[in-house]
Design a protein around this ligand. Structure first.
Ligand code: KG4
Ligand code: ZN
Length: 344
């Protein structure tokens, strides 16, 4: 089965082909960073318009790739949610229309399920069960993953996502969007002993997160100091240390609570090198193994949606559920991961 995957939930248009026999065949990405950078964050209406411009040429390009040689896919997977409504509508309506035109099934995928399964595209994929730390611009959660479709959310953020905290802190420091990579870059020149940020919600039990206080702490620190380049670097360093250490503390608890020996870190913030180094140390401490998607599949991409769609469609083919030839569609700007539970 060859699945065309379409991702359009935020500011990246991603298209890919995943094949049961050959694995990931082609993947392409159109990033919108240039569109949104001057605003310091994603402008939803501009994101939707960019997806409209990029999506069909990207699909044409992927289908025509020599690896595929114009073969019509057997199915289409598109991101149904969560995400920006206008952006999601572009991927869902194009995906559904193509499925109708080609007379093939289509399936809506939960964006976070895509992130969660992205490490499966690597050479040494994790076996089930595992703990997944999903850290993106819109979400931060810990999930106990028993099998495909069997996800228990162990904890999540009560306010800002980790990536959102990076983005907002970068903005107040005058660093460019997206904030994660620019804070990581700036922090390389930061001093480790100048500022100490809190590790939110680590002094009480539980696996929930809260990152909005760190952004406020960064703001107060910035207001109380001259914002020269060294001070900006020092704040970036202290902020990155606080976020990454907090994530490690919660992952340690999740490993202890579940007894799992595998830890998946996925989503845009999973690209952070400091976080990866700290997670490697944590895994070693617990005789566990840490798994990541390759850097380009940490952030949004079509490959993870094609793969998740492939898994779901395979599961449906072996169950007796109705074939996916329904041409109506919905998008879900808000969609708790728990609602896709046990529903392959
Ligand atoms: O998964 P993603 O592409 O989009 C969402 O689903 O939200 O994640 C984007 C987020 C942004 O907030 C970005 O600042 C953050 O991931 N990010 C990083 C790094 N690269 C991207 N955060 C920290 N360090 C990085 N190297
Ligand atoms: Zn994402």
């Amino acid at each position: 089965m060859r699945v065309l995957g379409i991702e359009s939930s935020c500011d990246d248009t991603g298209v890919a082909l995943y094949d049961s026999e050959q694995g990931l065949m082609v993947h392409r990405l159109a990033s919108q960073i240039d569109t949104h950078q001057m605003y310091g964050g994603v402008v939803p209406e501009l994101a939707a318009r960019d997806h409209i411009r990029s999506l069909i040429p990207l699909i044409e390009n992927v289908i025509a790739d020599p690896a595929n040689a114009d073969q019509t896919p057997d199915a289409i997977a598109y991101t149904e949610g969560p995400g920006l409504a206008g952006a999601l509508l572009v991927g869902a309506s194009v995906g559904k229309s193509l499925a109708y035109a080609w007379n093939i099934p289509s399936i809506g995928i939960h964006h976070m399920e895509g992130h969660l399964l992205a490490p499966m595209l690597e050479a040494n994929p994790p076996e089930f069960p595992f703990v997944a730390l999903l850290v993106s611009g819109g979400h931060t959660m810990l999930v106990d993953v028993q099998a495909i479709g069997q996800y228990s959310v162990l904890g999540q953020t009560l306010d800002d996502a980790a990536g959102e905290a990076f983005d907002k802190t970068a903005k107040l420091l005058g660093l460019p969007y997206p904030g994660g990579p620019s804070i990581a870059q700036t922090a390389l020149k930061g001093a480790s002993d100048r500022f100490k940020f809190p590790r939110p919600m680590t002094n009480r039990p539980g696996l929930d997160f809260s990152f909005s206080g760190l952004k406020t702490f960064a703001l107060t620190t910035a207001q109380n100091n001259d914002l020269d380049p060294q001070t900006i670097a020092d704040i970036a360093y202290a902020f990155q240390e606080a976020v990454t250490e907090t994530l490690v503390i919660k992952c340690r608890r999740a490993l202890e609570q579940t007894g799992h020996k595998r830890l998946v870190i996925a989503g845009g913030v999973g690209a952070n090198r400091v976080l990866r180094a700290k997670m490697a140390a944590l895994a070693a401490e617990y005789d566990a193994q840490a798994y990541y998607p390759r850097i380009e599949f940490c952030t949004d991409n079509g490959a993870m949606i094609a793969y998740a769609g492939h898994c779901r469609l395979q599961a449906q083919a072996t169950s007796k559920s109705a074939p996916l030839q329904d041409h109506g569609f919905t998008i879900r700007a808000r969609w708790p991961l728990g609602e896709v539970l046990n529903n392959p």
